[in-house]
Design a binder for this molecule. Sequence first.
Ligand SMILES: Cc1cc2nc3c(=O)[nH]c(=O)nc-3n(C[C@H](O)[C@H](O)[C@H](O)COP(=O)(O)O)c2cc1C
Length: 141
Amino acid sequence: MTIKAIGISGSLRKASTNSGLLRCAKANLPAGMELEIVDISAIPFYNGDIAAGDRPAVLLELLAKIAAADALVLACPEYNYSLAPALKNVIDWASREADNKVLNGKPVAILGAAGGMGSSRSQYHLRQVCVFVNLHPLAKP
Ligand SMILES: Cc1cc2nc3c(=O)[nH]c(=O)nc-3n(C[C@H](O)[C@H](O)[C@H](O)COP(=O)(O)O)c2cc1C
């Protein structure tokens, strides 16, 4: 059996070190695991009006990929002591599906690259968000 994981970077810039972390993880996967790194740069900000109407294809595709995955790998820079909004936005969208079916019970690995504290504060906040939406972080803080 192959474990299929989705990798999401909280940084949208091309030269992102966090996206680089995901590529590094992908290049060093254990046997029996796949990691697909997805691009979230076109995902709209959560908006209840969009949620109640015709949601864009790029969002539906992302939600379907996350739903089908066995696990998530989230790489997040630290922005003003917290997690990057682009990543939080994806979690917000995914958490609004009926019965939390996109996220519920999935294992999540959290990593990050940032300034002097090495993204520890953003990772801690991200971990709290993950626990709240019933993702299961793999490591204790
Ligand atoms: C708006 C903003 C706020 C930031 N705040 C912090 C911070 O509070 N702590 C920190 O260590 N780095 C902070 N940084 C630096 C980023 O975390 C750092 O540049 C990170 O490597 C960016 O990730 P990336 O290379 O994947 O784009 C901030 C950067 C930006 C753009």
